[in-house]
Design a protein around this ligand. Structure first.
Ligand SMILES: Nc1nc2c(ncn2[C@@H]2O[C@H](COP(=O)(O)OP(=O)(O)OP(=O)(O)O)[C@@H](O)[C@H]2O)c(=O)[nH]1
Length: 752
């Protein structure tokens, strides 16, 4: 067998004899000099020690534990340079003890496309490449090239065996993303999945091999297996393409506020927008005519305000439901002669849910019977305390029609804007939101967009939802051609290849090829989503989401038949809040469940609870397509019981009703001895003789029971399909009126 001397080994490993001798002494071997031949046992120990040092990545403290720092086995040129510039090299590779759990390691997701590193910021690349990469590769090369050990079969096998042993025993480094499937975690930890599941159970987490656990749980498990944890951040094509970095405070500049006008029907929203537009419009040299581009800007005391053109909370919440936050401030218009009405309350709740500032415009003060104090009183009942009553809600008394106090209102909007400290960085690539878009016969797809950060320029390459293109022309709100638009500026853009949707985010990008790739994938995903389901909370999966740490609040929209029940339900449900779950009633009102309720629920991840009310057709359809959970009850007690059970994850397998169809009452007849017979028309589905039925009047359930008879002409029938007329009577119930709706339903067991 070839003898290996200390100096030879040192040379092979690019170390020095002194270091090897020191190491041997540390392991308790007899003192040697650089010419000493090494015994097999000594070689084994040294080899293990040194290969460990080569292979080991920079250790990361897991939960404050500081693993032993690897001793550098080689001092390459780069290391030496680093040592010169850093007097304490140990600090370079060993993270500070107070660093958060797991170091953030960025990884380029190269699974989907070719990554063009020149498109990524230098800063990001620095982070992408671990500092020890070059050193490691050099070391590994050294061991391979011309090594004496290479010719030494015995040593080679030894190395292999030791490496395998290390894999089995030594600490490994695992990269864990924000969420990881149990199966994947076990693979990365190189342990059987059953072991991982067992450990999870000991932590009180029940998860199967295909279920995912979050980073914190996964790292606890990994640490338990003695692994070193690194946080994995997967950068997708979109992350790289849009490069949505945060601006440094010194890059930020003030931007003007973006305002929406909300309020009850006929309280003067449109009149107010018109009044503002006509008195404060920013003049252009050409004296351009105001164009409708979904938003416009006005000037107030040398400052500007951007107004969204579409009044009402529906459009606002529809955008929010798509993830877009475009508004900073809502002007809540309340007619002084009318007071707070149902849509005013909706608007307040929608604005609060979106966390936008509210300025109240008490309108129509020119009218007789106008009573601003009464409005203020009513506002307090909805959590808006006027400033002059010691609160922080600014109220301005105006007349949109007579153009009174409009200037004051705008100044107050600016005041609220100042308090919100609105800033953006005009010196970066633009991003923002599509306000509206259409296909213009002559000009092709036209999109009105609001720039929210950066500056948009002619020629920019843009991705907006699933649309892509180069900006061919830009027009401002006066129809004037402009070359660039900064933060809070609405513009109309031409040059997209298809019509995006309102609420889509747009980004200016550099890499056209990657952009096209991203757009293709989005189209594919949108297609899949249309087929698949949405990820909104339902009572059934609520507890799972709480357990997974995804949510802590159970948001609820309540609709009931009378005001008394609304209040009672609201209070009882809010009382269910405990340490883990807070129950928030984000909106409540009297009457049928409408589409705007579903939109609010969808945007705020809420469920809808209805008492003796029904969803109208639009609401039912949109709840169905958006996956919003509507729970309908007759008794408050049942609702409380069910929601409490859901909060504890103890929802029983339940029976859920399945609506079979609807029939509209067209005529009623009183037949003595029989009761009221109704002539009706089946509008959808089928009405079946033996289903249960409920009678609904203006969205409110008047009665629930069974059919006493179902006839076509004179014959009794089992079922009447949509599009046919029929006659029916309801068991022990005669108060049937024209215009009522009969809803047929069955109770079916729901698998959970
Ligand atoms: N006297 C008086 N009438 C007003 C004032 N503001 C609006 N109106 C009238 O109130 C009515 C409704 O005004 P709109 O601006 O259309 O109200 P809106 O809130 O936009 O209504 P919808 O778009 O239907 O929701 C119109 O007849 C206006 O002329 C005001 O300050 N004073």
């Amino acid at each position: 067998m070839t003898k290996v001397r200390v100096h030879e080994l040192a040379k092979e490993l690019d170390s020095n004899s002194k270091e090897i001798i020191g190491l041997m002494a540390g392991f308790g071997f007899p003192t040697r000099n650089h010419m000493s031949a090494l015994e097999q046992e000594e070689l084994d120990v040294l080899f293990e020690r040194l290969t460990q040092a080569y292979d080991k990545k920079v250790p990361v403290p897991v939960f404050g534990k500081q693993p032993e720092a690897p001793k550098p086995a080689k001092k390459g040129k780069k290391d030496k340079q680093a040592a010169e510039s850093n007097p304490n090299p140990a600090q370079e590779s060993t993270p500070a003890a107070d660093e958060p759990i797991g170091r953030k390691v960025r990884h380029v997701d190269t699974r989907q496309t070719v990554v063009e590193l020149n498109k990524i910021d230098d800063e990001v690349i620095e982070e992408l490449v671990p500092t020890n990469v070059s050193d490691d590769s050099v070391k590994k090369q050294k061991l391979k090239k011309g090594s004496k050990f290479r010719d030494n079969n015995q040593m080679k096998n030894k190395a292999k065996a030791q490496k395998e042993e290390k894999v089995n025993k030594g600490p490994i480094t695992v990269k864990i993303p924000d969420e990881i499937a149990v199966g994947e975690l076990s693979e990365r930890l190189e342990v059987p999945a059953t072991e991982v599941i067992k450990k999870l159970m000991m932590l009180g987490v029940m998860a199967s091999i295909s279920q995912s656990v979050d980073f914190d749980t996964a790292s606890l498990i990994a640490e338990d297996f003695g692994a070193i944890v690194e946080r994995e951040i997967i950068l997708t094509d979109e992350d790289i393409l849009f490069n949505d970095f945060e601006d440094a405070p010194e890059q930020l500049e003030d931007r003007s506020p973006v305002v929406v006008v909300m309020g009850h029907v006929d309280h003067g929203k449109t009149s107010l927008l018109d009044a503002i537009r006509s008195t404060n419009v920013i003049e252009t040299e050409a004296g351009g005519i105001t164009q409708h581009i979904g938003a416009y800007r006005v000037r107030v005391n040398e400052r500007k305000i951007t107004f969204l053109d579409t009044p009402g909370h529906e459009a606002f919440t529809a955008m929010r439901a798509r993830g877009a936050q475009v508004t900073d401030i809502a002007i809540l218009v309340v007619a002084a002669d009318d007071g707070i009405m149902p849509q005013t309350v909706e608007a307040i709740n929608h604005a609060k849910a979106a966390n936008v500032g509210i300025v109240v415009a008490i309108n129509k003060i020119d009218k007789e019977g106008a009573n601003p104090d009464r409005i203020k009183q009513e506002l307090t009942e909805h959590g808006l305390i006027p400033e002059d009553w010691g609160g922080d809600t600014i109220c301005v008394e105006i007349s949109a029609k007579k153009r009174m106090n409009i200037e004051d209102l705008l100044e107050m909007v600016l005041l609220v804007a100042d308090m919100r400290d609105l800033k953006a960085n005009p010196n970066r690539k633009a991003k923002g939101t599509v306000i509206e878009a259409k296909l213009d016969k002559g000009r092709g797809p036209v999109a009105s967009v609001l720039v929210q950060n950066g500056t948009l320029k002619i020629g920019d390459t843009v991705v907006a939802g699933t649309a892509f293109g180069h900006i061919r022309a830009m027009l401002d709100d006066k129809g004037k051609k402009i070359k660039k638009a900064g933060p809070s500026v609405p513009v109309e853009i031409l040059g997209l290849d298809e019509v995006p949707e309102g609420g889509d985010e747009f980004y200016v990008v550099d890499d056209e090829r990657m952009a096209k790739n991203v757009v293709e994938k989005r189209k594919q995903k949108a297609k899949e989503e249309r087929i698949g389901s949405h990820n909104v909370v339902t009572l059934d999966d609520f507890f799972d989401k709480v357990k997974e740490g995804q949510i802590k609040d159970l948001n609820i929209v309540i609709k009931a038949d009378v005001n008394g029940s609304v209040e009672a339900v609201k209070q009882s449900l809010e009382k269910l809040s405990n340490e883990e779950v807070r129950v928030n009633v984000i909106h409540s009102g009297v009457g049928a469940i409408r589409e705007s309720d579903v939109m609010l629920a969808y945007a705020s991840n809420a469920i809808i609870v209805g008492f003796n009310v029904r969803p109208d057709m639009g609401a039912a359809a949109s709840a169905e397509s958006q996956g919003v959970d509507i729970r309908l009850y007759r008794v408050i007690y049942t609702a409380i019981e069910e929601i409490e059970a859901a909060m504890k994850g103890m929802l029983e397998p339940t029976f859920r009703e399945q609506v079979t169809g609807h029939a509209e009452i067209r005529q009623t007849f009183k037949v003595s001895g029989v009761g009221t017979i109704a002539g009706c028309y089946v509008t959808d589905g089928t009405i079946t003789r033996n289903t249960q039925v409920r009678l609904v009047r203006d969205g409110i359930v008047v009665h629930e029971g069974e059919l006493a008879s179902l006839k076509r002409f004179k014959d009794d029938v089992k079922e009447v399909a949509s599009g046919y007329e029929c006659g029916l009577s309801i068991e022990k119930f005669n108060d049937i009126k024209e215009g009522d709706v009969v809803e047929g339903f069955n109770m079916v067991e729901v698998e959970r």
